[in-house]
Design a protein around this ligand. Structure first.
Ligand SMILES: Cc1cc2nc3c(=O)[nH]c(=O)nc-3n(C[C@H](O)[C@H](O)[C@H](O)COP(=O)(O)OP(=O)(O)OC[C@H]3O[C@@H](n4cnc5c(N)ncnc54)[C@H](O)[C@@H]3O)c2cc1C
Length: 398
């Protein structure tokens, strides 16, 4: 088992680390204090720089212009870029577009690829993924109210979705809708490509999240689909394939998410150490001299390393035996890393005292935004239950 970056990635990581520190970290105060839309021009400049260096969208397969990295390298890259909240966007590795690229690449028709995939890969358009609904449990997504009914050569979509991340400014949505209510629960829904300019697609609002509404890419939309009509060739894959495609999208994608979270953990840990070393609490003594702070630093270090190793081991297992064989491991890293993330951010914020509550450091942003890590991508509880059931089933077999 080798969790080191490949020689090719090692060089790239050095360039990426340098770029993140020199070009992106200085933008963070603006990112924390101004609407995202105001940052777009400078972010476009940074994206152009990334493209010139041949580093744009490195996570995509080679045939799409990416680097064709294996899951371990991809994870390590996600961790490096994840050290700043604008990293994934600037390097073209951001959710939900990265997942949507994968879905279109695997399941799109030639026509769909030409119209949606190519500009998405180039980063000239954005997309969103519209599955979860306010009135139905996202943790049990076979329960959906949104329908897509055949009408002549079209689908007519009706329903309400929310937390459709980055819907504001997106060119199209991949919408999960029930196409056959009488089918087996896991065959009821399909994925359909819906241009956001279609009549009947209404972005009702960007949802305020802990006091912040966000805008453009950094937002979560509530969308009403009302007699929203799209041609039948906008179907992705076959009818009833919605959940199969969603599973494929989410399984290996969790490595990417977990490693991004570990990038945040690394950054929060650095901030915690820097503050501990520099904050005098008595003449000649800093916070770093206090055993309780030392304990937080040591615990956080150990927890991050453990979570990182399990995530990389899971990436290695997926690469060797396929994600279906690794569902237990994928569930384990989802809640393990999300929990580590919360604890590390919380300790780092506490070490900063009142400063931690301000937007003068990244920690309040992380505390607010990353609380959701235990909810999205399957709430932690659902992953714990499914892991425990599999373990108990194996044990009961003796
Ligand atoms: C920041 C953010 C971004 C998101 N982005 C997107 C997106 O782009 N597209 C999209 O479609 N959705 C998105 N979501 C929605 C997300 O996928 C759902 O919130 C998630 O699946 C949970 O669904 P729910 O909110 O309906 O919670 P519910 O299903 O109502 O569950 C509520 C809580 O109940 C508990 N629970 C649930 N089931 C069980 C169980 N079986 N046993 C024990 N406890 C249980 C869990 O603690 C859970 O947190 C996003 C959510 C957030 C917060």
């Amino acid at each position: 088992m080798d969790f080191e970056p490949s020689p090719r990635l090692r060089d790239l990581l050095a360039t990426i680390d340098e770029l993140v520190s020199a070009e992106l970290v200085p933008l963070e105060p603006d990112f924390l204090s101004r609407p995202f839309t105001e940052l777009l021009p400078v972010l476009e400049e940074k994206r152009a720089m990334v493209r010139e260096l041949g580093l744009w969208a490195p996570g995509h397969p080679e045939e799409l212009g990416g680097l064709g990295l294996d899951l371990i390298d991809l994870g390590l890259l996600s961790e490096a870029v994840g050290r700043t909240p604008i990293g994934h966007y600037v390097f073209g590795m951001h959710a939900p577009d990265a997942g949507n690229v994968e879905v279109l690449h695997r399941h799109g028709t030639e026509e769909q690829k030409e119209r949606w995939l190519r500009p998405l890969v180039e980063g000239t358009i954005r997309s969103c993924f519209s599955m979860v609904e306010p009135n139905m449990p996202g943790s049990n997504p076979v329960m959906l109210e949104t329908t897509a009914i055949h009408d002549g050569d079209d689908y007519v979509i009706n329903g309400r979705k929310w937390f459709t991340t980055a819907a504001d400014g997106a060119t199209f949505a991949i919408v999960m809708a029930v196409t056959d209510p009488d089918a087996d629960p896991h065959r009821r829904a399909s994925m359909i490509l819906v241009p956001t300019a279609t009549p009947g697609f209404e972005l009702v609002r960007n949802i305020p999240v802990m006091g912040h509404t966000g805008s453009d890419f950094f937002s979560h939309g509530e969308i009403v689909y009302e007699d929203c009509r799209v041609p039948r060739p906008h179907l992705l894959g076959a009818e009833g394939d919605g959940f199969v495609i969603a599973q494929e999208r989410l399984g290996p994608g969790r490595i990417h998410h977990c490693m991004r979270w570990l990038g945040i953990c690394g950054r929060a840990h650095d901030l915690m150490c820097e503050r501990a070393l520099s904050r005098a609490i008595a003449p000649g003594r800093t916070l770093a001299d206090q055993q309780i702070v030392q304990s937080w630093i040591a615990e956080s270090h150990a927890e991050i390393e453990a979570a990182r190793l399990l995530t990389l081991q899971t990436a290695w297992k997926i690469a060797s035996s396929g994600w279906r064989q690794c569902r237990q491991d994928i569930s384990a890293i989802k809640f393990l890393v999300a929990g580590t993330l919360q604890r590390v951010i919380d300790r780092a914020l506490q070490v900063h005292g009142a400063l931690g509550m301000t937007d003068d450091t990244l920690l309040a942003f992380y505390f607010r935004e990353e609380r959701a890590a235990r909810i999205y991508d399957g709430p932690d509880e659902v992953h714990k239950i499914s892991l425990a059931r599999r373990i108990l089933k194996e044990k009961s077999r003796g």
